[in-house]
Unconditional design. Structure first.
Length: 563
């Protein structure tokens, strides 16, 4: 039986209960959102006391299954105004699960005063005041907490952006090296944590045990099968060799690489930011490619990037950050992007949202394409909370309103990620219709990228598959999204009760439709299932294609399809 921990910051209480029996197959996104749907009034203020923040490891987290210990963080988003699940790697999902904890639910708001820390152990938890951590960056916070609680402690924390309740603030999670460089990045959930007055969660790993399932032999056998598939996959080899930076060339060739504030899909200076450049610099500076963000990951898409003197600069330098802070700002220099990435991780702000935000400032005199120093200065303004920084930290949609900019690359208030939907129309359908706002991880569709027809079904299936993967704790880089027979066996051997493949799909489908229902209650209705207007009116070089999927095809993604 897994444990649920309820922490009420207002009352200062902590309650441990067993997760109900009907949650046997639920983990990650499915579990976190089922709690939100029951306990959060959709119309509540996302930064108010009635919102809750849920941390739920995926169902397979903490087992011997590789690349399957991701964690869902969920709450009502201050960025989109709707439901938000932000999926994160690092060590937290694995260790929480190995301590027998299925969900940590943060409620209420701490009375004005010092920030709090939640210490979670196998059998007990406590709230501790930590005035010394006020407005510290994630790196310093983790350093102090490791001195106090030991090097093995796994830490979740917010930086100053979360404490300032910014809508693009993130929650950092420590990785295999104990660094706060994995982030629940999207949707501003760091701002929700800040609104509750919670600076950090420290997980004491003492007593953590690998979960072997109710039928350990059958589970181990199925894990072996799964691992073999994963290890022999060409995609695994690609991610391990190139990191996600390998996508720079793929996107450039496809014409879907956001460049100079979404005005082109190809970047003439991409050689300065592609995987070859990353690998060369990493080798010269004794960094690491093929790094694992969580223990036991066999894909290992992450990296450690050092500065020219060979000192640690950031980890992992990923495609989304490289593109949104690189080509999108016309910065063709990985050192600058790495400095930006470190700052964003330290301040606790989403690199995707912030890259899009600085990109639209190119319409003002606040930023010129290619100005590296200015890009870094603007990130520092956000971290320090200057007036300009506080505006930018609210994300691209609010920044657009403040500066009278109407060409905003966002859906439902959240910026598009580093994939241009005019050259990836199936993903454009997901961006438009996902209850999560524009999110590349909500259901990536790469087939027939320039065709206007045929994406309704693809996007719907991809979105359902992603909900299942997020609920099971699978990293999306496994690429194993729909081998349901294997997953059914794994779930059965783990929990003692095997669902049918149809039941697994039904769980994913139900969760997705429930998200839509929540959003409607929050005022985020189907009318917002649209891409920004400029994407229909501006053809994107080099394919010279606008987004032309019919509105009725977008509406059919959820429309009359059985729930
Ligand atoms: S594939 Fe990459 S993101 Fe996924 S768990 Fe492994 S290192 Fe982390």
């Amino acid at each position: 039986m897994r444990t649920r921990i309820d922490v009420d910051l207002e009352k200062g209480t902590i309650l441990r209960t067993d997760l109900p029996g009907n949650a046997i197959w639920l983990g990650g996104r499915g579990l976190a959102e089922s709690i939100l749907l029951q306990e959060v009034p959709p119309a509540c203020h996302p930064l108010g006391s009635r919102n809750v923040l849920v941390f739920a490891p995926g169902l397979f987290a903490g087992t011997s299954m590789p690349t399957a210990s991701r964690m869902s963080v969920a709450g009502k988003s201050p960025l989109t105004g709707g439901i938000k699940e932000s999926n994160v790697g690092g060590m937290a999902g694995m260790i929480l699960s190995q301590l027998g904890i299925g969900a940590v639910v943060i409620k209420g708001m701490s009375p004005v005063g010092h920030p709090k820390l939640l210490l979670v152990g196998k059998r007990s938890s406590e709230l501790i005041e930590v005035p010394e951590l006020h407005r510290l960056g994630n790196y310093q916070t983790v350093e102090i907490l490791k001195k106090r609680f030991g090097n093995e402690a796994v830490i979740l924390s917010i930086g100053p952006c979360g404490e300032m309740k910014m809508s693009a603030a993130t929650i950092a999670v420590t990785d295999t090296n104990g660094r706060p460089c994995r982030h629940a990045g999207r949707g501003g959930l760091g701002g929700v944590m800040g609104s509750k007055g919670l600076k950090a969660i420290v997980i004491d790993p003492e007593g953590a045990q690998v979960r072997r399932g109710t039928d350990p032999a059958a589970f181990a056998k199925a894990v072996k099968e799964y691992t073999k598939i994963l290890q022999s996959s060409k995609k695994t080899a690609f991610w391990r060799e190139n990191g996600t930076a390998g996508l720079v060339e793929v996107s450039h060739a496809r014409g879907s690489l956001p460049t100079r504030n979404f005005t082109s899909g190809a970047y003439d200076k991409k050689d300065g930011v592609n995987a070859e450049r990353l690998k060369t610099l990493t080798a010269q500076r004794k960094g690491i490619m093929g790094h694992a963000c969580m223990r036991g990951c066999v894909v290992r898409c992450s990296n450690i990037f050092n500065d020219p003197q060979g000192r640690y600069l950031t980890s992992g330098l990923e495609y989304e950050t490289i593109t949104m802070m690189g080509p999108n700002l016309d910065i063709d220099d990985l050192d600058t992007i790495a400095q930006i990435d470190f700052r964003c991780d330290d301040y606790g702000i989403d690199t995707i949202e912030t890259g899009a935000t600085i990109g639209i400032l190119s319409e003002t005199d606040l930023f010129r394409f290619g100005d590296r120093e200015r890009a870094i200065q603007l990130i520092d303004e956000i971290g320090k909370g200057t007036v300009l920084g506080r505006v930018l930290g609210q994300g691209v949609t609010t920044t657009g309103k403040v500066f009278g900019i109407t060409r905003i690359p966002a859906v439902k208030g959240q910026s598009l990620a580093a994939h241009e939907p005019r050259s990836l129309k199936g993903l454009g359908v997901t961006y438009a219709t996902s209850p999560q706002g524009a999110d590349h991880t909500a259901g990536f569709v790469a087939e027939e990228p320039l065709l206007r027809e045929g994406h309704t079904e693809r996007s719907r299936n991809a979105q359902i598959n992603v909900v299942i993967a997020d609920s099971l704790g699978l990293c999306q880089f496994t690429g194993l999204r729909d081998d349901y027979d294997l997953f059914v066996r794994l779930i059965g051997a783990l929990t003692g009760k095997a669902p049918s493949a149809e039941e697994v799909v039904q769980l994913g489908r139900k969760a997705l439709w429930e998200e839509r229902k929540f959003n409607q209650g929050a005022g985020v209705g189907p009318g917002q299932d649209r891409l920004p207007e400029f994407m229909r009116s501006e053809a994107l070089p080099p394919n010279n294609n606008a987004f032309d999927v019919e509105d009725e095809d977008l509406d059919r993604v959820f429309g009359d399809y059985p729930k």
